[in-house]
Design a protein around this ligand. Structure first.
Ligand code: MG
Length: 412
């Protein structure tokens, strides 16, 4: 099963499309390279921004608004993330040339969705509009914005400004002292019912006014906008200094996790370690396929992320998990952990096993684990120890595994 198939696609009931606006010229970045195309986390700012959407919700179509004649560069930036094709899956991907303003770029993207006919003519069809330069958006924000748009028609993530806000005149003189508690600094994704927004944008294009963003256009022609909690980590890359800072250790949260498991070794079962079947006359007994290594890894990763443990995700009392493929259980869990913004630093494991010898299978097992986690083999290590003929391990009655991992997450 692919990453795209295992993502939590049931998180949105309404048909939805995604628009990512990356049509600006990045003049504040010195104009040398578009900020959306700068490298980040093994991909680019644009691919990082897109990735989390595809991990969080199912989209019928995704439109990237790019500079005129800029499709090739945008495509390269998006697919710089090696997982992108899998993540996009069956979603229809479109690139449209933006306009002179953000408002115009969004309208072009909305019209492209309309022309493609990908969203049913229904009030439930949604569109999420996101800045290509906001790579640190979270699943929680995306889900909250989509759910609120479904309920209220339009939604935007917002934060109360930290600094006291003033209004000034053109000479820089303060003319109004604003109340911080009544103010909202809004972020993206902004989420809307698709057809009313398209209609509002068409009217806004005809009325000749300038609008600050899509919520203002909605507010004038369609109705009110619900705010949902934003996140200070969801910042927009604006100045060259934003990225190196975002990529520095100081802005990272780092967590370790520990996992342990033991299974009895019995005749008539397969010996599975990290998805690799090791030839032996005994194997792990257990409710699932018994892959003790995958179980310990799953618990280590869950522990580090704080999302739970293997027992709470897949209760042994639930017949669903009888003979379950432990690789699939780990994939399911890892989808949720990565959707929460975590990335793997490294994973190290110790297997306690009297027989057979593990060393000949080590590289195969490391590769198998790396594949499930979409990681590099260098991030995964596994070693084995015997029980020196002592205890349940030494007597060949059981196999035990300890696993530790390090997870990292971007922070504001
Ligand atoms: Mg187990």
């Amino acid at each position: 099963m692919t990453a795209a198939q295992t993502r939590t696609a049931d998180s949105n009931s309404a048909p939805a499309a995604l628009i990512i606006v990356a049509a600006g010229s990045s003049t504040r970045m010195g104009g040398r390279i578009k900020k959306e195309y700068l490298p980040l986390n093994g991909g680019t700012v644009l691919s990082a921004a897109a990735r989390i959407f595809f991990q969080t919700m199912h989209f019928t179509a995704a439109v990237i608004a790019v500079p005129a004649h800029g499709e090739q560069d945008a495509r390269a930036a998006l697919f710089a993330d090696p997982d992108m094709a899998t993540l996009i899956g069956t979603t229809q991907l479109l690139f449209v040339p933006g306009g002179a303003t953000r408002q115009e770029s969004v309208r072009h993207a909305l019209e492209a969705l309309y022309t493609a006919g990908v969203l049913p003519h229904s009030d439930s069809s949604l569109v999420l509009i996101h800045d290509g330069a906001r790579p640190f958006v979270t699943s929680a924000i995306i889900k909250a914005a989509a759910a609120a748009a479904e309920a209220y028609g339009a939604a935007v993530p917002a934060l109360q400004p930290v600094d006291t806000q003033k209004e000034t005149d053109k000479n820089g003189i303060i003319i109004r002292h604003l109340q911080r508690k009544n103010l909202a600094a809004v972020q993206t994704p902004q989420a809307f019912r698709f057809y009313p927004l398209l209609d509002a944008h068409r009217k806004a294009a005809a009325d000749g006014c300038d609008y600050t963003d899509d919520t203002e256009i909605w507010g004038k022609y369609a109705g009110s906008v619900k705010t949902v909690p934003g996140d200070s980590c969801n910042k927009k890359i604006t100045y060259p200094g934003d990225l190196p800072q975002a990529d520095k250790g100081a802005s990272r949260m780092i967590r370790t996790g520990l996992g342990y498991d033991l299974h009895p070794l019995v005749e008539g079962r397969k010996l599975l370690l990290g998805g690799i079947q090791i030839p032996f006359d005994k194997g792990e007994d257990g409710h699932s396929d018994g892959d003790v290594l995958f179980h310990a890894i799953t618990d280590a990763l869950l522990g580090a992320s704080g999302l739970g443990d293997i027992g709470s995700f897949f209760p042994p009392s639930d017949p669903t998990w009888k003979d379950a493929d432990s690789a699939q259980l780990l994939r399911t869990v890892w989808e949720q952990i990565t959707a929460a913004g975590w990335k793997l630093g490294n994973l190290d494991c110790v297997i306690a096993l009297e027989q057979p010898k593990f060393l000949p299978y080590r590289e195969q097992v490391r590769e198998s684990i790396a594949k499930v986690l979409h990681a590099d083999k260098s991030q995964i290590f596994v070693k084995a120890k015997t029980g020196e003929k002592l205890g349940v391990i030494g007597e060949g009655k059981a196999v035990e595994v300890w696993s530790v991992c390090l997870l990292e997450k971007q922070q504001a």
